[in-house]
Design a protein around this ligand. Structure first.
Ligand SMILES: NC(=O)c1ccc[n+]([C@@H]2O[C@H](COP(=O)([O-])OP(=O)(O)OC[C@H]3O[C@@H](n4cnc5c(N)ncnc54)[C@H](OP(=O)(O)O)[C@@H]3O)[C@@H](O)[C@H]2O)c1
Length: 280
């Protein structure tokens, strides 16, 4: 497995499995099968309401805990809950996570970030991150940091390459983890002719070409899937390399188009919502 070195010296696999919108039974199965076939990075969140299922998938895979890079996210409703980190660990059935994010710049997010720093100092999170903190939010955070985060998780794909944000990240050595790496399955993106052409050249599917572009951009990538064939394909992207010209041709698809345009009103609604956590 190819890994990337984080700004605190630890290594993170470049490709993993995402679990957004996966019902518990699907999340459990996708995680278990992914780990059995050689994945070692798993991404979930309080808000996905599948952390217990992800924990079961990890245990049932037979893969040792230390071989798995587990990422999860605190939801804004938890930022002021002093038990938030321990409750998250309990749901996952682990003593520590490898990466702990605050999920949204909503509610009392400075309190959420303090929780990350505390978890990091206590060894409950081996690295910490901010999710959806583009623009003014990362600027605001810059003045409040005691520990520089290792990751930012944001929407990124060939239609939206996060050019502006990347300049700020380089200053701190913060790594980017792409969400919606395949445009959330958008056929328009996947069917762009360039991916079929390059797929033919390298003997890969369009989705594999897109995922390889992410890793060569220096991003960690966590495609979500319920389909075991897709899960297998998505890992099988490290035995070829796109040329610089091919990378540029793919990046030229960037038309500044996000799939998800969040508003300030949505941030308020995020702060007001509490996940209905799985009970068992
Ligand atoms: N921090 C945040 O706010 C945030 C927001 C959204 C997502 N995320 C994270 O990012 C992860 C990725 O995002 P996502 O899952 O929403 O979107 P995505 O990975 O861009 O796309 C997932 C979709 O692509 C399809 N797919 C997967 N592999 C494929 C392949 N090889 N060929 C063709 N289609 C394929 C899947 O369908 P099948 O099930 O049929 O394979 C699914 O419909 C999430 O799972 C989550 O962990 C974070």
């Amino acid at each position: 497995m190819e890994t990337m070195k984080l700004n605190n010296g630890i290594e993170c696999p470049v490709i993993g499995i995402g679990t957004y919108m996966l019902q518990p039974a699907d999340a459990e199965r996708s995680v278990r099968e992914a780990l059995k076939m050689g994945y070692s990075l798993v991404d979930t969140a309080n808000a996905y309401v599948n952390e217990r299922a992800v924990g079961r998938g990890m245990r049932d895979s037979g893969v040792e805990r230390e071989k798995i890079f587990l990422s999860t996210k605190l939801w804004p409703s938890e930022y002021e809950n002093p038990g938030a980190v321990d409750e998250t660990l309990e749901r996952l059935g682990v003593d520590y996570v490898d990466l702990l994010y605050i999920h949204q710049p909503a509610g009392n997010w400075p309190a959420g970030y303090r929780q990350l720093e505390k978890a990091y100092r206590e060894g409950k999170a081996r690295s910490i991150g901010i999710s959806n903190f583009e623009g003014k939010y990362i600027e605001e955070l810059e003045g409040k940091l005691e520990i520089v985060p290792q990751f930012i998780q944001v929407e990124a794909h060939p239609y939206f390459t996060q050019k502006e944000l990347r300049a700020t990240l380089d200053k701190y050595g913060i790594r980017l983890m792409s969400w919606y790496p395949l445009g959330h399955g958008d056929k328009k993106l996947i069917n762009e002719p360039i991916f079929a052409t390059l797929g033919e050249k390298y003997g890969k599917t369009p989705a594999q070409i897109i995922l390889r572009w992410h890793t060569q951009m220096g991003f960690a990538v966590i495609p979500g899937s319920r389909n075991v064939d897709h899960i297998r394909d998505n890992l099988d992207i490290l035995d070829f390399r796109l040329t610089d010209t091919e990378m540029e041709m793919i990046s030229a698809l960037d038309e500044g188009r996000r799939y998800y345009n969040r508003t300030d009103a949505q941030l308020d609604s995020f702060a007001a919502w509490r996940p209905d956590f799985e009970r068992a």
